[in-house]
Design a protein around this ligand. Structure first.
Ligand SMILES: CC(C)(COP(=O)(O)OP(=O)(O)OC[C@H]1O[C@@H](n2cnc3c(N)ncnc32)[C@H](O)[C@@H]1OP(=O)(O)O)[C@@H](O)C(=O)NCCC(=O)NCCS
Length: 167
C-alpha cells in the first residue's frame, strides 16, 4: 500500500469542512460551525492537511497567547522577567478517522511547531490544549511538558524545539 501524501494549506472557503470526522464531537462541531467565525475575527488561523482527492484529512488552529510566570515550572520561571510570557497556542488538532494512526497527527503538530517558532515575533513556547488523558499522551510523546497546575495544557519551549527538531 502506498503512503498517502498531503499538502498543508490555510483553511479557505473552497475546502469542504462538513465531511470531516475525527470522532471527537466537540472538535468536529467547532470545525464545521465555528472556526470560520474565529478566523474572520482574527482570533485564530487554521491550517488543513489536504489529501490527493482534495479532502480535508486533518486540521489545527494556531493563535497568539500568553502565560503568566506562575504557570511555568519554577526552574523556567525564575530565569524569566516578570511580564506575561508570549506563546503560540495550538488550541485544536484533529485528524479524520480515515487517516488516524498513519503519522498525520504528528506531521501536523510538527508543522504547527515550526510555523509558530519560526516567526518574526517573540514566541517563548508553543502550548497545546489536550482534550483528555489520551490526547495528553500524544503530546508527551512529542516532548511536550504538562503545566504543573493544569496538566491538560502542555508546552514545549522554543529552545527545546531548536534542540530537538534542528537535528
Ligand atoms: C490525537 C490525534 C490527533 C493523533 O493523530 P494520528 O494521526 O492518529 O497520530 P499519528 O499517527 O501521527 O501518531 C504519531 C505518534 O504518536 C503516537 N501516539 C498517538 N496517539 C498517542 C497517545 N494517545 N499517546 C501516546 N502516543 C501516541 C503514535 O504511536 C505515533 O508514534 P511514532 O511516531 O513513534 O510512530 C488523532 O488520533 C485525533 O484526531 N483524535 C481525535 C481528536 C483528538 O484527540 N485530538 C487531540 C487534540 S485535543
Amino acid at each position: 500500500m502506498s503512503t498517502p501524501t498531503y499538502s498543508i494549506a490555510l483553511l479557505s472557503n473552497s475546502h469542504d469542512r462538513k465531511s470531516f470526522h475525527s470522532g471527537s464531537e466537540p472538535l468536529d462541531d467547532y470545525f464545521a460551525t465555528r472556526v470560520t467565525q474565529d478566523i474572520r475575527r482574527s482570533l485564530t488561523k487554521s491550517f488543513v492537511a489536504i489529501d490527493e482527492l482534495d479532502r480535508i484529512a486533518g486540521f489545527y488552529t494556531l493563535s497568539a497567547s500568553h502565560v503568566v510566570l506562575s504557570d511555568l515550572p519554577p526552574e523556567m520561571s525564575r530565569k524569566l522577567p516578570k511580564i506575561p510570557i508570549p506563546v503560540a497556542r495550538m488550541g485544536r488538532l484533529a485528524v479524520d478517522e480515515k487517516y488516524q494512526g498513519q503519522g498525520l497527527g504528528g506531521a501536523l503538530l510538527f508543522d504547527a511547531i515550526i510555523r509558530a517558532t519560526q516567526t518574526d515575533i517573540g514566541v517563548y513556547a508553543v502550548i497545546v490544549d489536550a482534550k483528555d488523558e489520551l490526547a495528553k499522551g500524544f503530546y508527551e510523546h512529542f516532548g511536550f511538558i504538562p503545566f504543573p497546575e493544569s496538566p491538560l495544557t502542555l508546552f514545549i519551549s522554543t529552545r527545546q524545539v531548536r534542540s530537538i527538531y534542528s537535528g
